[in-house]
Each structure stands twice: as structure tokens, then as C-alpha cells.
Design a protein around this ligand. Structure first.
Ligand SMILES: *[C@@H]1O[C@H](CO)[C@@H](O)[C@H](O)[C@H]1NC(C)=O
Ligand SMILES: *[C@@H]1O[C@H](CO)[C@@H](O)[C@H](O)[C@H]1NC(C)=O
Ligand SMILES: *[C@@H]1O[C@H](CO)[C@@H](O)[C@H](O)[C@H]1NC(C)=O
Ligand SMILES: *[C@@H]1O[C@H](CO)[C@@H](O)[C@H](O)[C@H]1NC(C)=O
Ligand SMILES: *[C@@H]1O[C@H](CO)[C@@H](O)[C@H](O)[C@H]1NC(C)=O
Length: 323
């Protein structure tokens, strides 16, 4: 049930500000069950009007991003890709206007290879010091989270590095920029890793509702090394399944730099590598009460892939990369 937002007294704002990452963090005390969930990127989703811990007030345009990777370069260590499934890239908090920020809390910096290496990606940003501590893989067992670890190894693999580098990167770069994952939201006595587990579990919970492989397969779009696909058909398969249009990302050569595209003016990329699903969310992102929104909701493009007919490759995975 969703009722209109209860607007909390603006006087509460005047009472002062709790220590927090963001200026104007609300002084409310974060018992989210006491509020009706408010939809992110609406008028009520404002830190002056509601508790930032209970409504996403900072990065209210939420993306669940997935990879189509065809090898990991770590097959020998058992780092392989799940058969008939895409894998998780991350859960990202874009601003409602489509721009974004990153590495919002350096006290939670656990990314061994910060990318970019400053908070704003520019030389004048605050440097993000590389994490040099132990592998976070060892943190799961004492929390009774070996099932989570196993799932992440399977569905959240990285390429060319241990998978936990990717998990730690996504957390440090993106989780720290959601208002609802701020440490302050959990209170001083809560265990220090709670937001980490909640971030991983929220990303996974949303990922599990987005079977990209099956949605494409239902439209006869299967990995193939012999025939390429048309971007419009890929969008045509995913859009009705998701409800609104997602963003399709490609890498690889530009179409008009390939033999097939010689002479064309289409310089889109030709190898499908990612899909980005966009949402607004009711209440805490952790509640996963999501409302799909089109990837161009605030303008911008829907893909960087080539638009020409049969220009996009959805490659089969390398031999031995899949299990
Ligand atoms: C929040 O908690 C603090 C003390 O922990 C208290 O002083 C304050 O009144 C509380 N705020 C609300 C809105 O309940
Ligand atoms: C987008 O929103 C953010 C957060 O409110 C703001 O800091 C930024 O300046 C905005 N960017 C543009 C281009 O309007
Ligand atoms: C970030 O990387 C660039 C390019 O490698 C390098 O020139 C710069 O010194 C680095 N900055 C920091 C703060 O590490
Ligand atoms: C590819 O297309 C772009 C944009 O239409 C054009 O500027 C570029 O010259 C083309 N490149 C080749 C190699 O044809
Ligand atoms: C399909 O093609 C890609 C790209 O060239 C290659 O990496 C992969 O190993 C191929 N897969 C199979 C099963 O041949």
C-alpha cells in the first residue's frame, strides 16, 4: 500500500544536523517502519522533508548493471562464468538528474584498485588511497554468510583479478553514495559490516528479478559466434520483459572500423557487454520496492552499440569459461 508522503515538520531540520556525509542529513532517528515509503526522485524525497535513511534522497535513480563476459582470465583458479546467465556488475546510485558521484566515504574505502583514483575523477579531486588490507572473502564466514559468498563467486565474478576486488570496488565506489546505506543509518551499536552485507544482498535481490539471458533467449537471441544481432531486436526483447527500455552497452571495435561496416557512418561499438536497468525506489533501497524507469528518463542515449542491422555480437563464452 502506498499513501502520499507524510511531510515531516520543517522545524525538525532547524534542530540541527546529525553527523553525516551529506550536508543537511536529517536529524530523524531512522526507524523506517514509522514512515510510509516515499518514492525516490519525487518531491517528498528530500532530506529536509523526510529521513534520508528511510528514503533514497541522494542517489535516487538506481541502476542494476549486468555484464556479459566471455572469459575471466582466471579459469585455472576456478573463476568461471555461470551457464545461461549474465553476471552482476553493481548497484549504482545516480542522482535524479542522471549525473553521479563516487567514493563518498573514504572511511569505508576497501577497493584495492580505486578507479578513478580521485573522488571526482579529476586531478583536483581527493585521492582515493588503495586498500591494502586482507581479502574481504575472509569476512563472510564469521558472519554466517558462506551461502552469500558462494552465490557471489558464481554470479558476481570479475575478470583478470580476484572477484572480491570487484565486490569491494562496487561497495566503496557506489554503496557509500546511497543515503540509505550510510553508517549513521544503523546507529552506533550496530556491527560495522552491516551496510556491506545489505549492499551485496540488495544488489543480488534485484539481480535475481532480471534474467537477461532468459529474456533474450525467449526472443531467440542466444550467444553466437556465427551471426550478429540487431540492436533494435535486443531492445525489443528486453523492453517488454523489464517493462521499460534498459541501456545496452557495447565494447569492441566500432562498426565502421570493421569489415562488415566499411563505408558506414555508424560508429557504434559491436560487442554487447552490459545491460543497465534503471529504477526509482520506494523507501530504503534495501527494501527492493522498485519502479522500473526508462534508461533515458532524464535524457541521454539508450546504447552506445551500433544500430546497423546485424552489427552487434553477443559472443559465446570461451571454451572452459563456463560451468
Ligand atoms: C534522536 O535521538 C537523539 C538521541 O539519540 C535524541 O536526542 C533526538 O531527540 C532523537 N530525534 C528524534 C526525532 O526522535
Ligand atoms: C545533478 O544533481 C546533483 C545532486 O543534486 C547536483 O549536485 C548536480 O549539480 C546536478 N547536475 C546537473 C548537471 O544539474
Ligand atoms: C591517478 O592516476 C594518474 C594516471 O595514472 C596519475 O598521474 C595520478 O598521479 C594519480 N593520482 C593519484 C592521486 O594517485
Ligand atoms: C565512422 O563514422 C564516424 C561518424 O559517422 C565518422 O566520423 C568516421 O570518419 C567513420 N570512420 C570510418 C573509418 O569510416
Ligand atoms: C567466441 O568468440 C569470442 C570472441 O572472438 C571468443 O573469445 C570465444 O572464445 C568464442 N567462443 C567459442 C565457444 O568459440
Amino acid at each position: 500500500m502506498r499513501r502520499s508522503a507524510v511531510l515531516l515538520s520543517a522545524a525538525a531540520m532547524a534542530k540541527g544536523v546529525v553527523a553525516g556525509l551529506y550536508p543537511g542529513m536529517t536529524p530523524f532517528n531512522h526507524t523506517c517502519a514509522l514512515q510510509d515509503p516515499i518514492l525516490s526522485c519525487t518531491k517528498g524525497a528530500n532530506h529536509c522533508l523526510t529521513d534520508s535513511c528511510c528514503t533514497e534522497t541522494f542517489g535516487g535513480l538506481v541502476l542494476l548493471t549486468q555484464f556479459w563476459t566471455i572469459y575471466t582470465d582466471r579459469e585455472e583458479q576456478g573463476q568461471v562464468l555461470p551457464k545461461d546467465s549474465w553476471t552482476i556488475h553493481g548497484l549504482w546510485p545516480d542522482f535524479c538528474n542522471g549525473s553521479y558521484t563516487q567514493y563518498c566515504d573514504l572511511s569505508r574505502q576497501i577497493d584495492p584498485v580505486p578507479s578513478p583514483n580521485t573522488t571526482n575523477g579529476q586531478p583536483d579531486g581527493t585521492p582515493v588511497p588503495p586498500y591494502e588490507g586482507e581479502s574481504i572473502e575472509g569476512w563472510f564466514e564469521p558472519y554466517g554468510k558462506l551461502d552469500l559468498l558462494e552465490y557471489m563467486h558464481k554470479f558476481w565474478p570479475s575478470r583478470g583479478e580476484d572477484s572480491w576486488f570487484l565486490w569491494a570496488h562496487e561497495y566503496a565506489k557506489h554503496a557509500t553514495c546511497f543515503s540509505t546505506f550510510q553508517r549513521e543509518c544503523y546507529g552506533p551499536k550496530t556491527d560495522a559490516l552491516i551496510d556491506l552485507w545489505e549492499y551485496f544482498e540488495t544488489a543480488i535481490g534485484i539481480f535475481r528479478t532480471l534474467p537477461t539471458y532468459d529474456w533474450l533467449a525467449d526472443a531467440d537471441i542466444l550467444p553466437s559466434n556465427t551471426s550478429a544481432y540487431t540492436l533494435a531486436d535486443i531492445h525489443g526483447a528486453l523492453t517488454p520483459a523489464f517493462g521499460v527500455i534498459p541501456y545496452i552497452n557495447c565494447g569492441g571495435p566500432r562498426y565502421n572500423e570493421t569489415e562488415a561496416g566499411a563505408g558506414s557512418t555508424d560508429n557504434g561499438r559491436t560487442q554487447m557487454t552490459e545491460v543497465w536497468y534503471y529504477y526509482h525506489v520506494y523507501g530504503r533501497v534495501q527494501s527492493k520496492d522498485t519502479v522500473p524507469v526508462p534508461a533515458d528518463i532524464v535524457g541521454g542515449s539508450l546504447s552506445n552499440c551500433a544500430k546497423a542491422e546485424n552489427a552487434v555480437w553477443y559472443y559465446e563464452r570461451a571454451e572452459g569459461s563456463e560451468f
